[in-house]
Design a binder for this molecule. Structure first.
Ligand code: ZN
Length: 334
């Protein structure tokens, strides 16, 4: 009797303990399920708020290009029809490799002053109804770079050169002369090889750094302005161009496309066609970023430049090199 009661109470104890364990296990499982859910909810809201921030930043960023496109309905058309490369620029920070901190500071304040005056110069020019024009030359240096620099110098004009990586003393002289004359030295990839630079982010970065480092080595200038071969709206890239753009943004590099094309990316254009495309395009915009090429097979572009500059100067246009503070013209990324 005693024994059987003892067995009964032992069995009841065991059941209670088992129930307790069951409850503990249930709580632990519930906790393990709820914890990740809780973090998921937190992360969801965080991602949402970050996405909104990105949207706002993009909206701000797109204002300028939206204005350009509105001003020139042919803007996208020109970009799609040209086979020319698109180009982006970044700022250049000038200074010899041996520059002291003081010198850097002096240069920084000089750049700030220049920036301020350039911005007010542009505002004033636009208020006076003048055109603002950025002449840009891609793919150099070439056999014609020195001649082109001579034309610019004789006309008192500064332009922007989106260059590729070319080894050799004559090219090193070209890079340095571009800078010494007050033009902007900007990057256009080292190889200009679509198959290479557009095959993967790693290949793009490798090529990008190779050019940036090379130009810094031979000129002492670290460029921060870039143009994509074929432009940011090119159809050659095997991965979304936004992948490269995100990388450039992280590096503090500004890329520039254009809103006026000389059309000289196509072969066989006459001098007159180049002039007509450029001046006709500029006529449609308040601010124009003009795509031309500094390349051996583009002699008619070189021939057209004096007439283009003289025509612009006759109508009192303000011709400037692209700098770090220039509002970029960027194509729509699909
Ligand atoms: Zn190009």
């Amino acid at each position: 009797m005693e024994n059987s009661r003892g067995n009964v109470s032992e069995a009841a104890d065991r059941r209670r303990r088992i129930n307790l364990y069951k409850k503990i296990i249930a709580f632990v499982l519930l906790f393990l399920i709820l914890l990740p859910t809780f973090f998921c909810v937190i992360l969801f809201f965080r991602v949402n708020s970050l996405q909104n921030e990105i949207k706002e930043l993009k909206a701000d960023n797109n204002n300028y290009s939206a204005q350009s496109e509105t001003a020139d309905p042919n803007y996208v058309y020109a970009a799609e029809t040209t086979t020319a490369e698109k180009e982006t620029e970044k700022e250049t920070i000038k200074g010899p490799l041996s520059a002291t901190t003081n010198k850097v500071n002096e240069q920084t304040s000089a750049v700030t002053e220049e920036t301020t005056s350039a911005a007010s110069l542009i505002d004033q020019a636009l208020a006076d109804g003048r055109k603002v024009v950025y002449l840009t030359f891609d793919d150099g240096p070439s056999d014609y770079t020195q001649e082109l620099l001579g034309i610019l110098k004789n006309h008192g004009v500064k332009a922007t050169f989106f260059v590729n990586g070319k080894e050799g003393e004559e090219y090193v002289k070209d890079y340095n002369d571009i800078i010494e004359q007050g033009n902007t030295l900007a990057m256009h990839t080292y190889s200009h090889d679509y198959q290479l630079v557009y095959s993967s982010l790693d290949n793009f970065i490798g090529d990008f750094k190779k050019l940036q480092d090379y130009l810094y080595k031979v000129t002492g200038v670290k460029s921060s302005i870039f143009r994509f071969p074929g432009g940011s709206s090119n159809s050659q890239s095997q991965i979304p161009v936004t992948t490269y753009i995100n990388y450039l943004n992280e590096q503090g590099i500004t890329y520039f496309d254009w809103n006026v094309s000389s059309g000289d990316g196509a072969s066989g254009l006459t001098k007159e066609q180049v002039e007509k495309n450029v001046l006709g395009g500029i006529a449609k915009n308040d601010i124009s970023v003009v795509l031309m090429h500094d390349a051996n097979e583009k002699h008619t572009t070189l021939e057209a430049v004096p007439y283009i500059i003289e025509s612009l100067q006759a109508e009192n246009a303000l011709i400037l090199p692209i700098t770090d503070d220039t509002m970029p013209v960027q194509h729509n990324i699909k």
